[in-house]
Design a protein around this ligand. Structure first.
Ligand SMILES: [Mg+2]
Length: 245
């Protein structure tokens, strides 16, 4: 009888272990299926290229911009504080004052390259952010008589959304001069010449002495000479994302 009971017990234990084994196998396959489903639902994460990652994620980019604006104020503050109202600093907007890296991220995700239509849509979204250090510098300039001229290749038809974006970022003043691009021939050097000579868009204000230039591209600056020197009164911001290289 004892032997019979032992036999029943061993059969029971064996059956249980088979059951446990099957159920654990089922569980593992359920997890696999669940993971498969989860992976399918997970939005595809696109790895950003190095240039965009550097601008959006690195402390080096942030420090370099802040360093440039910090050095600019250190170099210029004495001149700016004693300057009269017929003086100006000329600043480019994109990647100099306004950070459009979100537009670049959008292009990567959509597997697109720059095009004027998507760019204009982006400008109208008014979601550009601040280049590090730009606001502090602009705020400091506003304590002086020097006017700020934003000379940008954003199209003139997008002046209003540009101003609204800048209002949101607290860098807009009614005294500022906006010289956006009217058409293709309206190159930056033409607008710089209007500023210096008090012609065209600046005729009502009269000639302005430019005390400094800021940009992220070579075409944002006049040719260096004895009066205009990089690092002294012309300041280049880093932009690895686009340019005419
Ligand atoms: Mg620019």
């Amino acid at each position: 009888m004892k032997q019979y009971s032992l036999l029943i017990l061993s059969i029971f234990v064996c059956a249980c272990s088979i059951n446990i084994d099957t159920s654990s196998r089922e569980k593992s396959s359920d997890i696999k299926n669940e993971k498969k489903n989860w992976d399918a639902d997970k939005p595809k994460t696109t790895k950003l290229p190095n240039d965009v990652r550097w601008v959006t994620n690195s402390s080096e980019y942030q420090l370099l911009c802040e360093q440039t604006y910090y050095n600019a104020w250190n170099n210029l503050s004495t001149t700016l504080k004693t300057a009269d109202s017929q003086t100006a600093i000329v600043m480019d907007l994109d990647e100099t004052v306004l950070d459009n890296s979100k537009y670049q991220i959008g292009l990567v995700k959509k597997n697109q390259s720059y095009n004027p239509e998507s760019w204009s849509l982006w400008v109208n979204l008014k979601e550009a952010e601040l280049v590090p250090g730009a606001k502090q510098f602009i705020d400091s300039v506003r304590t002086t008589n020097v006017r700020i001229i934003f000379l940008s290749n954003r199209m003139a038809k997008n002046e209003l959304p540009t101003m609204e974006n800048m209002k949101t970022l607290n860098i807009y003043e009614t005294d500022d001069i906006f010289m956006l691009r009217i058409d293709k021939p309206d190159k930056k050097h033409i607008r710089r010449s209007e500023i210096i000579n008090g012609t065209g868009r600046i005729s009502e204000i009269g000639p302005l002495k430019v005390l400094a230039y800021f940009g992220d591209a070579r075409h944002d600056f006049p040719d260096p000479d004895n009066n205009y020197i990089f690092g002294q009164n012309m300041f280049m911001l880093p932009n690895p994302m686009y340019g005419k290289w």
